[in-house]
Design a binder for this molecule. Structure first.
Ligand SMILES: NC(=O)c1ccc[n+]([C@@H]2O[C@H](COP(=O)([O-])OP(=O)(O)OC[C@H]3O[C@@H](n4cnc5c(N)ncnc54)[C@H](OP(=O)(O)O)[C@@H]3O)[C@@H](O)[C@H]2O)c1
Length: 436
């Protein structure tokens, strides 16, 4: 059997200790599949003496990231610290610069610095892998990079944040409002104490930017992801959607459009959407993730599973290590980094589709006429309109509508016409209806 693959692990929290446990539990099987043993040589975290429930005695403890990255007895550095910059990035740069393989679960860092790290990996001919950075245990990075490599993908979309999906599907199940379900998600450990990155859609945007780059062969453009979170979704929106045949999910959608000159335009968006009951994403509940990729030859593919947790995420990290041990190291973003296309952003106003729009309005005559006049003036055609009864104090009512198919710019124009109207007592919420 070949020499072992020697690894250093930085970060011994949920995922780091999960990787150590997996390598202990499945040691023989991993060795058979990798063709050689995978041995932990060195580890670090912030607090050396914390009880982590795993035996760290056999491994060297190395406080300094630079020293960790350059140890002569380490082949691959595994970063499980987190954060887009700071120690994780220092470690990534140092490890790749030293020609070591580098494996990470850090979507924030890959979304922000993935191009730089891939360039460094290419120069140093070092492995750079991040299966665990997108959708935890679901092998979607490998699926897109290898399984669909023969396809032109035109759309990649999915439920990329388990916290939001838990909150929305629990709102749907219980009828409770957002704040109550966020508190419950925090109590059950599905949401961080500071949940902003999750509920504002930033975490999903990190993952979408990475998937788009791999699936389309384009340069990562995290700044280009148009992002809206779920904090404005009300229990009444979910009830309304249900009555119309939809569920509400936070969906990240990336589309690639062909241009006449052979170049492409990229549109990346994360926002709450209405998903038809019959669509496979509608059945995805709780903290589960799911990704759909549409290929010209493979058709529609669905990847679904646990998007987080120590075991699923460790499974993805070790899958990368097995690839490296086997010598199977391809371009991290499916084509060599120098050949990734820098895309112009597609105009979101050109998206043709149907939308759900909810207005909260003062309960007085003429308000509905004002809204429908704005729709008419902006060329938005209304398919159905539902006005809910007065709230308890009779002050405001909710008006929801579904539009006929049309360009998104018309809806944007209608909302602009109504901006500042004293009839609107809260900002309206528009959610697209996901196309099959
Ligand atoms: N948790 C998941 O389910 C999941 C899923 C997919 C991807 N990820 C990604 O995996 C990474 C790790 O997540 P996690 O949930 O395992 O985080 P975590 O439980 O908070 O663990 C982070 C670890 O990093 C260590 N650390 C923090 N700052 C450090 C520093 N300056 N130097 C050395 N070590 C430092 C911490 O040390 P101490 O323990 O001593 O404080 C801790 O062991 C993140 O990038 C995350 O986005 C996580």
């Amino acid at each position: 059997m070949a020499e072992p693959l020697r690894i250093a692990i930085s970060g011994l929290g949920t995922v780091g200790t999960g990787v150590i446990r997996l390598l202990e539990t499945n040691r023989d099987m991993v060795e058979r599949r990798a063709g050689r043993a995978i041995e932990v040589v060195a580890v670090n975290a912030r607090e050396r003496h914390k009880d982590r429930g795993v035996d760290l005695a056999p491994y060297a403890w190395v406080d300094d990231m630079q020293a960790m990255a350059t140890r002569a007895d380490v082949d691959v550095v595994v970063e499980l610290v987190g954060g887009s910059d700071g120690p994780a990035l220092t470690l990534a740069r140092a490890a790749l610069d030293a020609g070591k393989g580098f494996v990470t679960a850090n979507k924030a860092m890959v979304a922000h610095h993935g191009m730089e790290l891939a360039e460094l990996a290419a120069i140093k001919q070092a492995a750079f892998a991040f299966e665990a950075a997108v959708a935890g245990g679901i092998p979607v990075v490998k699926g897109l990079r290898e399984g669909t490599a023969a396809n032109a993908l035109t759309r990649i979309y999915g439920i990329l944040n388990g916290t939001c999906n838990y909150i929305l599907s629990e709102m749907e199940r219980t009828g409770a409002d957002f704040d109550a379900m966020l508190r419950e998600a925090q109590e059950k450990g599905y949401a961080e104490a500071d949940p902003e990155f999750d509920i504002e859609g930033v975490d999903a945007a990190h993952k979408l930017a990475i998937l788009a780059a791999i699936g389309f062969g384009t340069r990562i453009d995290f700044e280009g992801v148009r992002t809206a979170g779920i904090t404005t979704v009300r229990a009444s929106d979910i009830a309304q959607a249900d009555a119309l045949g939809y569920v509400v999910r936070l969906v990240g959608v990336a589309t690639l459009e062909d241009r006449a000159d052979g170049s492409h335009r990229l549109l990346q968006r994360v926002r709450p959407c209405l998903v038809p009951f019959r669509h496979p994403l509608a059945a995805v509940t709780g903290p589960t993730n799911a990704v759909v990729a549409e290929g010209d030859f493979a058709g529609r593919l669905l990847f679904q599973g646990a998007g987080a947790g120590d075991k699923p995420t460790a499974s993805a990290v070790v899958a990368d290590l097995i690839d490296i041990a086997r010598g199977q190291v391809g371009a991290p973003f499916s084509v060599p980094v120098g050949q990734l296309e820098a895309c112009v952003e597609a105009d979101p106003g050109e998206r043709v589709g149907r939308d759900y729009i909810r207005f909260t309005v003062a309960d007085r005559p003429g308000v509905l006429a004002e809204i429908t006049a704005a729709m008419r003036d902006a060329d938005v055609s209304i398919e159905s309109l539902i006005q809910r009864g007065r709230d308890r104090d009779g002050g405001e009512v909710q008006v929801a509508m579904v539009t006929h198919e049309g360009p998104e710019r018309c809806v944007t124009k209608a909302l602009a016409l109504l901006e500042g109207s004293p009839s609107l007592t809260a900002p309206p919420l528009a959610m697209p209806i996901l196309k099959d």
